[in-house]
Structure formats: C-alpha cells, structure tokens
Write a protein that binds this ligand. Sequence first.
Ligand SMILES: *Cc1c(COP(=O)(O)O)cnc(C)c1O
Length: 361
Amino acid sequence: MGRVYNFSAGPAVLPEEVLREAADEMLDYKGTGMSVMEMSHRSKAYDEIIKTAEQDLRDLMNIPDNYKVLFLQGGASQQFAMIPMNLMKNKVADYIVTGQWAKKAYQEAQMYGKANAIASSADATFSYIPDCSDLPISEDADYVYICENNTIYGTKFWTLPNTKGKTLVADQSSCFLSEPVDVTKYGIIYGGVQKNVGPAGVVVVIIREDLITEDTLPGTPTMLKYKIHADNESLYNTPPAYGIYICGKVFKWLKKQGGLEAMKKHNEEKAKILYDFLDESKMFKGTVRKEDRSLMNVPFVTGDDELDAKFVKEAKAAGLENLKGHRSVGGMRASIYNAMPKAGVEALVAFMKKFEAENTK
Ligand SMILES: *Cc1c(COP(=O)(O)O)cnc(C)c1O
C-alpha cells in the first residue's frame, strides 16, 4: 500500500523527503556507523545535529539573540505547569480560554496561583476568537496566556490580544512555523512538535532571557526549571535526541521551501481551496466564524451524524485518512499542516464534491 493523504490533527503528516532521508541514514548516520538513535547526546555528531537545528530555527523565525531556544520533553501539556511554576512571581496570570487546550492550561495554572479567565468563547463551542482589544488585564498579572491556534475548533488569533504591557505567552503547537511571527511580541512561544514539525515527544520553547530566573515557585522540580535547560543548552539530561534530529530535518526542508513567508502563501492557497468549497457547498458547512478561521485545522459538518460517519468511512477507503472530527465538535476535521501537499487538499475537495452529488436527492 502506498502513502495516503493523512489529515490527522497530530501526530501528523511529515514531509516525505524528510522521512526518506531519515530512512537512508537509519543504519549509518554520515559515516558514524550508527543510527542517531544509538549515539551519545554528548558526541560530536549529535552536538552538530542539535546546534544546527537551533540555528536553522533561529534563521526561519528570525529569533532575536535575547531569546533562548529550548528543546524539551513532556509535550505541550507539560508547559501548562512549567509556565506558572517559572513565571508566576506575583502568583497571578490571565488566561484567554478559546478551547480545550487553553482551558487545560488555565486549570493547571490554578494549582499554582490565581489564574483568571479574562475572556472565553465557551458560549459558542469555541467557534470564534473573542475581542481581545480591551480586556480586564490584572494589574499584577505575571503574564497573559493564549492558545494561538485552536487545533480542535479550528480558530486562530489573527490579531494578538492587547496585553497592556504584560508578557504574552502563546501555545503555538498547531500553527508553529506555518507563517512568519514577530517573536519580539511574545515572552514565550512554545509548541509540541507533533502537529507541524516532527515526531511526538519534543516541545520547542522560545523564551525571552529575562523570564529565565532562579526565582521559581517553591518545590519546582529541577527538570521543570527553564534555567537548568537554558544553562545546559537543552542537554542537562538526555534530550529526545532522535525527535530533535527529525525536527532539524524539517527546519532544513522549510528553508528549502523558501522559509515561512513561502509557507504562509502555500498554506493560504491550500486553505482557500477548502474554505471556498465549504462556502459554496449545500451539504458541507464550516463551523468557525469566517474571520477567525485557522489555516491549519478545518472543522466541517453536514449536520447529519450518519452522513458524517458515512463520509469519514468512504473518504478513508479513497485514501483520505483521519478526517473524523474531535469528539467534542463532531463532524469532520481536515488538518492541513505544512507538509500536506496542495494535491491532498484538491483530492479532498474533489471527493467532497463527488460525495455531495451522490448523496443529494
Ligand atoms: C496537541 C496540542 C496540545 C497537547 O500536546 P501534547 O504534546 O500531547 O501535550 C497542546 N496544545 C495544542 C494547541 C495542541 O494542539
């Protein structure tokens, strides 16, 4: 069986070129006589892998020198605790709750201090991004937290919140490297890489240096201190070495595609194909307010659960996999990350047209 078009929300599609390269290097990485999986993380060969990965990411995102790049473990979810443990000096933080991941981060922060939900879109199943131009930001807030692209609901912050001078912390897991970002607007950007960049198990944290201090909450485990990882250049303990190696290859691949401006253009083109069809279809409907639509995750429904199930089943048989929506939204969701080719989205829309014709009386 050949490769399918994989619309999974995560772990998700990776560039085929990267997978082939990794396969070629599996048994003998560049004459070392061993796989990257087998080599010491203190070796010269590995040092070059992790340093090159960091430099390529810095080039891609234009990361200023006063930000550290950390390759950590524990997935995005571990950051839900690590952020308050390291940043809550006043024990106050403001959360904008735009979906399940933001809500989990908000709930976790409540264990460490006063976490305030200053805005939410729970009233309409998180189908929109609230107006964040003039929120009641707490005077003593240590930071303002957002989930920038809501993987489950398919919404995206196209305008960052007005934090009134407070540090902005953003979970970018599902939009990481999908478009250029101005890093200087954030205190922390982080992302679990299994959505748009690499294999599960790595989380990339881009953190402004002044936020890295010894002054963490009492009882913060050593492994959850940004400072220990920053001081040791992500090699305090054994890092997720193979995962970082694949991320490094994806960074190189992104550079070859023309960097993040080119990715943005490519992603806009792909998303337009699908959204344009959703807007004209009589059967399929997008679930998100138009101006808040994500370029990465596109939920849609027919309004009929049985028809949705039939669609998912028949799409799978046609080589279009993992289109079932998240259980909290129902319907379908197509995740069309960087590595999803335009041909994949075209094949999906062609299939949707065919399905609509066959199932309309
Ligand atoms: C998937 C996801 C998470 C959770 O990631 P894990 O690596 O499984 O902890 C958090 N935030 C967002 C936006 C996600 O898409």
